[in-house]
Ligand binder design. Structure first.
Ligand SMILES: Nc1ncnc2c1ncn2[C@@H]1O[C@H](COP(=O)(O)OP(=O)(O)OP(=O)(O)O)[C@@H](O)[C@H]1O
Length: 515
């Protein structure tokens, strides 16, 4: 069937051109199935969402398309009717496939023009004309409706602007209508107020006929931007649907293979005892920030990026240096900049940048789980790997971590499963205070619900749980109290159950006023 393309006229009389056809794509890692005879069809000019729980095989499929993995024999992929040679990044590029990963591949110290030109062609001349390039870059930005100065250093751009520059660069680099733009969780690290800018750009690209494969865990975005959706579960394609044919609950059910249980309201105590007290903490972009985390409580902290909400937990824990202020846990003072003391005193912290700061990617799941508190054999006082393995297996079962092998290397786990390991590591230490920065970025609905239920249990057992997050739905779902931050300190306290829209509106209002 190589070279064959099945174009047809749809029920509305529109000509449908099949831009990417993947058939029978299977992939195994050490005997474990990551993709099982997956088929995927992208129509020219559509935005096609690729969904699936953590570990369902989305990244593996993308890596096959990118020429990074060689699939099992029998797989076929055609792009605009032309067969794709596997295992070659160059073939994938020549076929018109362009990939935007979460690491955008931009160079912060260069300006927008230089970044747009990176990887692109410099034409027939061997000399560079800066003025000509700026003019071209300006025209390129205008074409996509972006008001960005081409001379601006990339470091000075907002997160959404950086993503948009990376996308434009990919599209302009010979993509035209003949290829496919593959976006891997493009909004995972964007602040919520910037997501719509990216959506506007994607709509503009779609209007120009660009075909987009869009990987995300955020279902709201799927309904904003996608035409059709394919769902993977355990490496198999379980559905491909037009977006009008499914609703959010239906998608969750397809992703998980079961309905998500609605949580029961737990009865919480009204008389909370203080556990963690931060008193006029300053440092980074935080100014005189005070709060108290109580036993049994889940406290949320939010704001716009730059408001200080993103630094406060690091300052309390000590991974960021406080300039002033006091932190006490159960009455004991924690010196500034001393995570070791914080851990010893009962604080556990998980940073937002899990890959760089939160885990040892080259170590096993067992090692990652047990590192803060090692298991020594009682008699020999040597490290007991057997005890560690047994304990790791318990945690793997409790949080449904996949693959369910204690010796699996962390970097081989999908992002969501890595995060479950980080959360399990915190819970294992039974801390009095759990501090979590953006705990569920890149985590699927099923894993999110497992993490939320563990955090609720930890609170019910008497810990204080403090979550700093830009995800207002998360805060509404999880928190008993939310602090909204602007200009470095809390500006408003929302007590009790809140709607996500209210939290977002209040945060935006205060921060706009502050800005
Ligand atoms: N290099 C590798 N070696 C061994 N196993 C791997 C490797 N890469 C992926 N896997 C396994 O393949 C399966 C699919 O993983 P993949 O990363 O494709 O999932 P995903 O759907 O992208 O998940 P997420 O949404 O969490 O990013 C998982 O079980 C994962 O552990």
């Amino acid at each position: 069937m190589s070279g064959e393309r099945i174009d047809f006229v749809d029920s509305g009389g529109e000509m449908v051109i099949e831009q990417l056809l993947a058939r029978d794509v299977s992939m195994y890692f050490a005997g474990q199935r990551a993709l099982d005879q997956v088929d995927l069809t992208l129509r020219r000019g559509e935005v096609h969402a690729l969904l699936g729980a953590n570990g369902s095989g989305k990244s593996t499929l993308i890596k096959v398309l990118a020429g990074y993995h060689n699939p099992e024999p029998g797989a076929e992929v055609t792009i605009a009717g032309e067969p794709l040679a596997f295992g070659s990044a160059r073939s994938s590029h020549l076929a018109g496939l362009r990939f935007i990963h979460q690491d955008l591949g931009l160079i912060d110290t260069l300006d927008v023009t230089e970044n747009l030109k990176l990887g692109g062609s410099y034409g027939q001349t061997w000399w560079l004309s800066h003025r000509k390039e700026r003019t071209e870059a300006r025209a390129m930005l205008r074409k996509y409706g972006l008001e960005i100065d081409p001379g601006m250093p990339v470091a000075a751009l907002s997160a959404a602007q950086k993503s948009m520059i990376a996308i434009i660069r990919a599209v302009e680099d010979g993509l035209a209508n003949e290829g496919v733009l593959v976006l891997d969780e493009p909004t995972a690290s964007l602040p919520p107020e910037e997501v719509h800018q990216l959506m506007d750009l994607l709509k503009a690209l779609k209007a120009q006929g660009v075909t987009i494969l869009y990987v995300t865990h955020r279902l709201a975005e799927v309904f904003t931007i996608a035409d059709r959706v394919t769902v993977l579960r355990d490496g198999q394609r379980v559905a491909t649907e037009a977006i009008g044919a499914v609703d959010a609950d239906g998608l969750v059910e397809l992703i998980l293979g079961k309905k998500l249980e609605k949580r029961e309201e737990s009865s919480r105590s009204d008389t909370w005892n203080p556990v963690l007290v931060a008193d006029r903490v300053s440092g980074e972009n935080v100014v005189d920030f005070s709060f108290t985390g109580h036993s049994g409580e889940i406290l949320g902290i939010t704001g716009l990026v730059g408001s200080g909400y993103e630094s406060i937990l690091g300052l309390v824990y000590g991974s960021l240096m406080r300039d002033s202020g006091n932190v006490t846990i159960l009455g004991k003072q924690i010196a500034a900049g001393s995570p070791r003391l914080a851990i010893r005193s009962g604080i556990s912290y998980s940073p937002a940048d899990r890959r760089r700061l939160g885990a040892f990617l080259g170590w096993s799941v067992r090692e990652n789980l047990t590192i803060p508190k090692l298991n020594y054999a009682r008699i020999t006082q040597r490290l007991s790997q057997r005890a560690e393995s047994a304990e790791a297996r318990d945690w793997i079962a409790r949080l449904d971590i996949r693959p369910n092998r204690a010796e699996a290397v962390l970097s081989d786990l999908s992002g969501g499963n890595q995060q479950k390991v980080v959360i399990a590591r915190m819970l294992r230490c039974q801390p009095a205070a759990l501090l979590l920065d953006e705990p569920t970025v890149g985590v699927d609905a099923g894993a999110k619900s497992a993490i939320y239920s563990e955090l609720r249990d930890a609170a019910s057992d008497g810990a204080t749980v403090i979550v700093s997050s830009s995800d207002v739905e998360e805060l509404a779902e999880l928190c008993d109290r939310v602090l909204v931050v602007a200009e470095g300190s809390p500006i408003r306290e929302l007590v009790g159950r809140q709607s996500p829209v209210d939290i977002a509106r209040i945060s935006l209002n205060y921060n706009e006023r502050a800005g």
